[in-house]
Design a protein around this ligand. Structure first.
Ligand SMILES: [Zn+2]
Length: 193
C-alpha cells in the first residue's frame, strides 16, 4: 500500500463531515522544510452543524480561510487550513459551523493543545515550547485549556479514599501562599482531584 500523509491523518484524526484535501510542504530558500499545510474541505454529502447545538443546519456563507497549529509532523511546523461555513440554524440563527478540531477563536488545534499539555508534564513549559517550535505562551494556553477541559469532564463517582495535602506556593508565608491539594488514593486509581 502506498502510504500517504492523508492515510496517517485519517487514521489518527478522522473528522466525519470533513476531508483532508491537499497537503503541501513549504520550503525555505535553501530547500529546508518550513511548514506543512493541510487543507481541509467539507465532505460534499454531509451538512454542516451548528456550533451551539450540533444539529445539522443549511449553509449560509463561508468565512475567510484560517489556520490552526497542528501536531508537528517530523517536527516540521504543521497547520490545518480551512474556511469555515456559517450556517442558518433554526434555533440559533446565523452562526459559525462546528469545527471539530477547534475551540472557538483559538489558533491552536485541540490535538496540538493536548500534545503540548502532555509534554509539559515531562518538560518545563519553556523546553516544551522550544522542542516543538512554539512559544511559551502557546504551551501555557494549551495547559490552561487542558486543565479546564479536565475539570469540566472530571468524574467524581467511585472515589472511596482521599488524601489532603498542603503545599507552599511562592515566597511569603501568608495564607494565600498555601494550596490545599486533594488526591484520590484508591488502590485502583491515584490522581489529583
Ligand atoms: Zn443551533
Amino acid at each position: 500500500m502506498q502510504l500517504q500523509v492523508k492515510t496517517i491523518l485519517n487514521a489518527i484524526q478522522h473528522f466525519p463531515g470533513f476531508v483532508f484535501q491537499d497537503i503541501r510542504l513549504q520550503r525555505h530558500r535553501d530547500g529546508r522544510p518550513r511548514r506543512i499545510e493541510i487543507a481541509l474541505d467539507p465532505h460534499g454529502g454531509i451538512p454542516a452543524k451548528c456550533s451551539r447545538c450540533l444539529q445539522p443546519a443549511p449553509g449560509y456563507d463561508r468565512l475567510p480561510q484560517r489556520s490552526w497549529l497542528f501536531v508537528p509532523l517530523w517536527n516540521i511546523q504543521t497547520f490545518f487550513v480551512f474556511a469555515a461555513r456559517r450556517v442558518q440554524c433554526a434555533t440559533h440563527g446565523v452562526v459559525v459551523e462546528h469545527v471539530p478540531w477547534s475551540d472557538g477563536k483559538r489558533p491552536v488545534s485541540l490535538a496540538m493543545m493536548c500534545f503540548l499539555s502532555r509534554w509539559a508534564r515531562r518538560l518545563s513549559w519553556r523546553e516544551t515550547a522550544r522542542a516543538f517550535q512554539t512559544s511559551w505562551e502557546c504551551v501555557y494556553r494549551s495547559v490552561e485549556w487542558f486543565v479546564q477541559w479536565g475539570l469540566a469532564h472530571r468524574k467524581l463517582e467511585g472515589v472511596h479514599a482521599i488524601g489532603v495535602d498542603e503545599i507552599h506556593w511562592g515566597k511569603s508565608k501568608r495564607a494565600d501562599n498555601f494550596l490545599t491539594v486533594i488526591y484520590q488514593i484508591d488502590s485502583h486509581c491515584r490522581r489529583l482531584l
